[in-house]
Design a protein around this ligand. Structure first.
Ligand SMILES: [Zn+2]
Length: 373
C-alpha cells in the first residue's frame, strides 16, 4: 500500500515523479472501492486531518522543503488536493449510481405478467326484488323512506295502535335489547319487527300529502328453517291524502302486481286484521307459476298449494287511531285518510325465482346469487 515518502531531492523532475507515484496510487485505490464501507475508509485514508495522506504530504513535502523550493512544492500540493477531492467525489457518485441501479433492478415490475382478476359479484335476489318493487312505486310518484333497525317500543308498537298488553303483540316474537328494565315501556329498545315504525317517523317529519315505500330489514325471534329466518326483509307503502279510499288501495296494488308478475295476474282481497289498519285485508294474486290452475302438468303446484292463489301482502286503510299520534303535523283523521300495505321481500323473491329454502339467501355464496342475473 502506498506510503508518502520523505523527499530528499526537491528538483522539479523529482517532485513530478513523486506526484505521479502518488496519483497512480490514488487511482488504483479509488478503483478498488466497491462498497459504502470501502468508500469511507478510502476517504479517511486520503482526507483525514490527522495523518491522512494529504496531511502527510503537507508535513513531509511542504514543511520540509528548502526555502527556494517551497513555491514549486506548494503549487503541486494544491493540485494534489483538488485531484484527491475530485477522485473522492467521483468514487462516491459511482457508488450511489450503482446502488440505485441495483435497487431499480430489484424493484422491477414485469408489466407483461397477467394481473390478478377480481371476481365481479352479483346483485342479491332479495335486493333485486326490493329494487323492482321500489321502482314500480317510484313510477307512481312514491319516494323511498328509511328508519332505524333498533327501534323503540313506542314506534314499533304503541304509535301503531298496539297498546301495552295488546294481544296482537304476542303474534310478533320480539327481540328486545337487554338491560332496559328501568326504562318506561315505550322507551325500551328492540329490533324492529316490521318496517311500519318508519310510517310514523316519516309522518312526524313530513306533512301530508304523502306517498312512500319503505324497504328494510326486520327481525323476529323465529328459529331458522326453510321458510323462516330471524332476519328478513319487508317492503311496505303508505299513501295519505284527502279522500283516499279503499278503491285507491285496490287500484294501486292491482297495478303494482301486474307490473311485478305480469299483466295477466288477477288480485283478490279478503278481510283480515292488523292493529294499524281498519278495515284490513290480505291480498292474493293468481298463481303466476301455474297460471291459476293449481297444477303444473300432472303435478300439483306447490307454491299455491294447488289453490291457484298466492297470499302476497297485507293491507288496509290507515286506522284513525294511528293518525292521532301524528295529528300535530297535519294528520287530522277528520281531514286525511290513507292506505298502507306491506309484504315480505324474501317471500316475493322465493316465489319469483323458485327458491326452495330461505336460508340460501343468507349464506353469502356468490354462485347462488349469480343464477338470477
Ligand atoms: Zn300455482
Amino acid at each position: 500500500m502506498y506510503k508518502v515518502p520523505k523527499l530528499a531531492d526537491y528538483s522539479a523532475k523529482a517532485l513530478d515523479a513523486a506526484v505521479r507515484e502518488l496519483l497512480s496510487a490514488l487511482d488504483q485505490e479509488a478503483l478498488a472501492v466497491g462498497s459504502e464501507s470501502d468508500y469511507k475508509a478510502f476517504r479517511d485514508r486520503w482526507m483525514a486531518r490527522k495523518n491522512g495522506i494529504l496531511t502527510q504530504v503537507n508535513e513531509l513535502w511542504l514543511k520540509g522543503a528548502p526555502k527556494d523550493a517551497k513555491k514549486g512544492v506548494g503549487q503541486r500540493v494544491n493540485e494534489l488536493k483538488s485531484k484527491v477531492d475530485e477522485s473522492i467525489s467521483a468514487t462516491e457518485a459511482r457508488l450511489s449510481k450503482g446502488a440505485s441501479a441495483s435497487k431499480l433492478s430489484a424493484d422491477r415490475i414485469d408489466i407483461t405478467l397477467p394481473g390478478i382478476r377480481r371476481a365481479i359479484g352479483a346483485e342479491h335476489p332479495v335486493i333485486k326484488t326490493m329494487n323492482e318493487i321500489v321502482s314500480v312505486f317510484r313510477n307512481l310518484g312514491y319516494s323511498v323512506s328509511e328508519g332505524p333497525e333498533v327501534e323503540s317500543d313506542y314506534y314499533n308498537f304503541e304509535a301503531l295502535n298496539f297498546p301495552p298488553n295488546h294481544p296482537a303483540r304476542d303474534t310478533q316474537d320480539t327481540l328486545f335489547i337487554a338491560g332496559q328494565d328501568s326504562k318506561a315501556q315505550r322507551d325500551r329498545l328492540l329490533l324492529r319487527t316490521h318496517t311500519s315504525p318508519v310510517q310514523i317517523r316519516t309522518m312526524e317529519r313530513l306533512k301530508p300529502p304523502l306517498r312512500i315505500v319503505i324497504p328494510g330489514k326486520v327481525h323476529r325471534n323465529d328459529p331458522p328453517d326453510a321458510s323462516h329466518s330471524p332476519m328478513f326483509h319487508q317492503i311496505e307503502g303508505l299513501a295519505v291524502d284527502t279522500n283516499i279510499t279503499f278503491g285507491d288501495l285496490k287500484g294501486t296494488l292491482d297495478h303494482a302486481m301486474k307490473a311485478l308478475f305480469g299483466s295477466s295476474v288477477k288480485t283478490h282481497f279478503r278481510p283480515s286484521f292488523f292493529p294499524f289498519t281498519e278495515p284490513s285485508a290480505e291480498m292474493m294474486v293468481s298463481c303466476f307459476i301455474c297460471g291459476g290452475s293449481g297444477k303444473r302438468g300432472s303435478e300439483p303446484c306447490r307454491p299455491c298449494k294447488t289453490t291457484g292463489w298466492i297470499e302476497i301482502l297485507g293491507c288496509g286503510m290507515v286506522d284513525p287511531n294511528v293518525f292521532e299520534f301524528v295529528k300535530h303535523n297535519g294528520y287530522d283523521p277528520k281531514k286525511v285518510s290513507g292506505f298502507a300495505f306491506g309484504m315480505g321481500a324474501d317471500r316475493v323473491a322465493i316465489l319469483k325465482y323458485g327458491v326452495d329454502d330461505i336460508q340460501l339467501f343468507f349464506q353469502g355464496d356468490v354462485r347462488f346469487s349469480q343464477q338470477f342475473g
